[in-house]
Design a protein around this ligand. Structure first.
Ligand code: ADP
Length: 551
């Protein structure tokens, strides 16, 4: 028997028209560095989104599932592109502006982008790439920047504001199939060639509803969210879509991502929520220690992308900024788990331990753990295996070409269609995920596994340590052993013996897991999305470029 319910497709255009009408007075505020920030209401964004869609169709000839790329910071125009491109039926392709040039070229060519909307400040990055991007016919430039850099471009160059000026502020959005492509995002290539994940209207719609749940971020139109996580990093964790559903105000940092300007925007714009990877918050914490500011408005901080160090969580708690830890990946849209402790531990000492886990799975994400031989492992909080997930906003394949053919590599997808995350961890009987490592980062010492994350967290709890990354290095006797690379806080001093003793203290780390190889580095190398780049550390070690002390 079929249901008697209406079958209304879950479309991005519906999120847009809802936000622009029902939450028309909510705002997107974009930081400009100097002078007043740019402020635009959701109603204005709705009108300008329609104008952009008209311009793309009528002036640039965008049609069907043409790919329109963005090379942009987080700002109001990027939000307009987020809604205009998928709503008109085309495919938004957000480009990660921190990728190496060759990877960007590879990705644009692979996706066959026809148009690139770029911020003027990023033209020095785009201009030298353009000769290698034959599919790009148009470049639309928004915001300050030197246009003469594009003087020799083969593509036609347009000004964003000129292009949309005078266009109608409404658009008859097409009634698309909700399963069609809305946007695409390539994985950042930490684990090999970038892979294209293509989100559907339906997956984004359902994911946005999940982001908005009280058990997830649970924001309302009384909130302002400082969206530091880039719009090119898994759709800024779904926030631009989710906020249009509920009227949450967006505070966009544009290119001002350094700790100083971030602290300034928090003090003056008073966001109630913020989202970013741990490295951003480590930077902000150091800034606030040197130069205290009024950050009391900010009561909820979503941290994900890599494990949140316990010391960072405590320090933020002390400042009144409550951290909520979440796990996800490009392939999971990204919300996979979020660490809201269960009711029965709230206010008890165990609560902190729950908050440090990667969190619980929402109803839309099913999970299982797979052992080394592919066997299912119990949810007992002890058996560690590879996490596999499935659900309506989890990727089932990678993009592999304009004919719609897809890739399903066996190391990424199980035979029965689950996503193999490459993350290793345990799940407790009450459904809380604790990741111990990425499969490729775990240290395999004498047949036992050592968690690099556990060592890093313990090290970063030492008062002299600003950052610490631990990687596996080859060892004749044990196969692999941990190498600790440490960044000391400015003016701080600690020798390796002291740090090692600190790790061993109170049984924090089992004796056999303590690193014997140590080195001080000026900074831990970071990936394009601000995570520790362990590949680079392993390479530097192999090349003998690190000054190693053996204890
Ligand atoms: P990349 O794989 O290039 O880093 P993603 O942003 O898709 O790009 O990264 C997803 C990965 O980041 C996850 O598979 C996991 O290893 C790591 N990750 C994300 N959130 C967390 C978290 N809260 N704790 C630990 N690891 C995390």
């Amino acid at each position: 028997m079929l249901s008697t319910m209406q079958d209304v497709p879950l479309l991005i255009s519906r999120i847009l028209t809802h936000g622009a009408r029902i939450h028309g007075s909510s705002r997107v505020t974009t930081w400009t560095g100097e002078g007043a920030p740019q402020r635009r209401t959701f109603a204005e964004i709705g009108g300008r989104t329609a104008q952009l869609a008209h311009a793309l169709r009528e002036d640039l000839g965008v049609e069907g599932d043409d790919r329109v790329a963005t090379l942009m910071w987080n700002n109001a125009e990027h939000v307009e592109a987020y809604f205009a491109i998928p709503s008109m039926g085309a495919v938004l392709h957000t480009l990660n502006l921190r990728l190496p040039a060759e990877q960007l070229v590879w990705i644009v060519n692979h996706a066959a982008d026809r148009v690139v909307i770029a911020n003027g400040s990023l033209l020095p990055l785009l201009a030298p790439l353009l000769p290698h991007l034959p599919t790009v016919e148009h470049v639309v430039v928004s915001g300050p920047g030197d246009r003469t850099l594009l003087a020799d471009a083969h593509a036609r160059v347009h000004e964003y504001e000129d292009l949309i000026a005078g266009k109608p502020t409404d658009y008859d959005w097409p009634e698309l199939d909700e399963r069609t492509a809305a946007s695409m995002c390539y994985t950042s290539g930490t684990t090999g060639d970038p892979k294209g994940v293509v989100y559907s209207h339906r997956s984004i719609y359902l994911h946005s509803m999940q982001v908005n749940m009280a058990q997830s971020m649970g924001l309302t139109d009384q909130d302002t969210s400082l969206i530091v996580v880039p719009q090119f990093h898994v759709n800024a964790w779904g926030l631009p879509h989710a906020t249009f559903m509920t009227g949450v105000n967006m505070l966009m940092p544009d290119r001002f991502l350094q700790p100083g300007p971030l602290a300034e925007m928090i003090e003056s714009e008073k966001p109630t929520h913020a989202a970013a990877v741990p490295t951003i918050w480590q930077g902000l914490l150091a800034e606030l220690t040197v130069k205290p500011r009024d950050v009391t408005s900010l009561t909820q901080v979503t941290i994900g992308g890599s494990a949140c160090p316990p010391a960072l969580m405590s320090a933020f708690d002390d400042l009144g900024m409550r951290v909520c830890h979440a796990w996800g990946m490009t392939e999971t849209s990204p919300l996979g788990t979020i660490a809201r402790p269960p009711a029965q531990v709230v206010g008890l000492p165990e609560e902190f331990a729950y908050r440090l886990t990667q969190g619980r799975f929402p109803a839309g994400v099913e999970a299982r753990l797979s052992g080394p031989g592919g066997e299912r492992l119990p949810w007992d909080g002890e058996s560690a295996g590879e996490l596999e997930v499935r659900g309506p906003w989890i990727a089932g394949a990678y993009y592999n070409g304009p004919g719609g053919e897809v890739l399903r590599p066996a190391d990424k997808f199980s035979e029965d269609g689950w996503l193999k995350t490459g993350d290793v961890g345990t799940i407790s009987p009450d459904g809380f995920l604790t990741l111990t490592d990425r499969a490729k980062d775990v240290i395999k010492s004498g047949g036992e596994w050592i968690s690099s994350v556990e060592l890093e967290n313990a090290l970063m709890a030492h008062p002299a340590v600003a950052e610490a990354a631990v990687v596996a290095v080859p060892d004749d006797r044990w196969g692999e052993r941990p190498l600790a690379t440490v960044v000391l806080k400015e003016g701080a001093d600690a020798d390796f013996e002291t740090l090692r003793a600190f790790l061993a203290e109170e049984g924090k780390i089992a004796k056999w897991q303590l690193p014997e190889r140590w080195t001080i580095v000026e900074a831990v190398p970071k990936t394009s999305v601000g995570k520790f780049d362990k590949k680079v550390l392993r390479r530097r070690y192999a090349e003998g470029a690190l000054d190693i002390t053996q204890l």
